[in-house]
Design a protein around this ligand. Structure first.
Ligand code: HEC
Length: 232
């Protein structure tokens, strides 16, 4: 191909790419609730499904709504971060049960919502129990134990346990406060961070913003340390 023809081909290709980009920009779904693919549709759905009252003062509405969507429709955070299956739903609101014990209307229990304390048991007998943590805000309004957004981002990306609740046991010894080799006690176990780490920064930001807007629950999560969330 002559240089000239090559040049024309490139120009033609970029021109058609430009047309496609302009067309995409014009039909961009951002911000249109009537378009089922738009962020706004997810944000509105997020507000509709939030099982607790939200404190929006000083918060970004779009992030809170999107965060609710990711927490309550996609991530199933409460499936593990409530106290456990017995109390995750309000009386009559447990959809896993038969009627009339199940009233027909699902209702999450606000008293345990994201308050942590679900005991998954030890990874091998006699080692540390893996217990889900409290994700609700503390008295300063920061979620899950008062972590900043950059710490939260690091936790979801790397699985690091900033509270160091259960170090790896030394050698062959096993005890109630450590996780056995070859489990890495510096990292969160059971928590699906290897999956959540694939989210965009903005989605993780939205989850953080939502977790800041939910009501505080005061629980103590025990391990080598006693993790207490203080609401006042
Ligand atoms: C399959 C169960 C499961 C699901 C689903 C789950 N988690 Fe977890 N998560 C855990 C467990 C268990 C721990 C504590 C692990 C440990 O102690 O090793 C934990 C720990 C965490 C921590 C660390 C808390 C801290 O104080 O450092 C954060 C943050 C967290 N989860 C956020 C979330 C979010 C946000 C979601 C939903 C998007 C979610 N988790 C969904 C089980 C789960």
């Amino acid at each position: 191909m002559s240089v000239n023809r090559y040049y024309k081909t490139v120009v033609a290709a970029s021109a058609s790419a430009a047309v496609v980009l302009v067309a995409l920009a014009i039909s961009s779904p951002q911000g249109r609730a009537d378009d089922p693919n738009s962020d706004e549709a997810k944000i509105q759905q997020g507000f509709a499904i939030a099982p607790v009252p939200l404190n929006l003062s000083g918060r970004n509405r779009a992030l809170v709504g999107m965060g609710s969507y990711l927490v309550n429709a996609v991530g199933d955070c409460n499936g593990c971060h409530s106290q456990g299956p017995a109390t995750a739903f309000a009386t009559g609101g447990n959809p896993y049960l038969l009627p009339p014990v199940f009233s027909g209307k699902k209702k999450v229990n606000p008293a345990t919502y994201l308050g942590g304390g679900n005991d998954f048991g030890p990874l091998i007998p006699d080692s540390a129990h893996i217990v889900s943590r409290n994700l609700t805000p503390d008295k300063n309004g920061r979620p899950e134990g008062g972590n900043s957004f950059s710490q939260f981002l690091q936790i979801l990306r790397t699985g690091v346990d900033m509270d160091q609740l259960h170090p790896t046991c030394h050698g062959n010894t096993v005890g109630p406060n450590c996780v056995p080799f070859p489990f890495n006690g510096a990292l969160l176990q059971i928590m699906p961070w290897p999956n959540f780490q694939n989210m965009t920064d903005n989605d993780i930001r939205a989850i953080y913003e939502y977790l800041s807007a939910i009501p505080c629950i005061d629980t103590v999560i025990t391990g080598e340390l006693q993790l207490r969330n203080t609401c006042k």
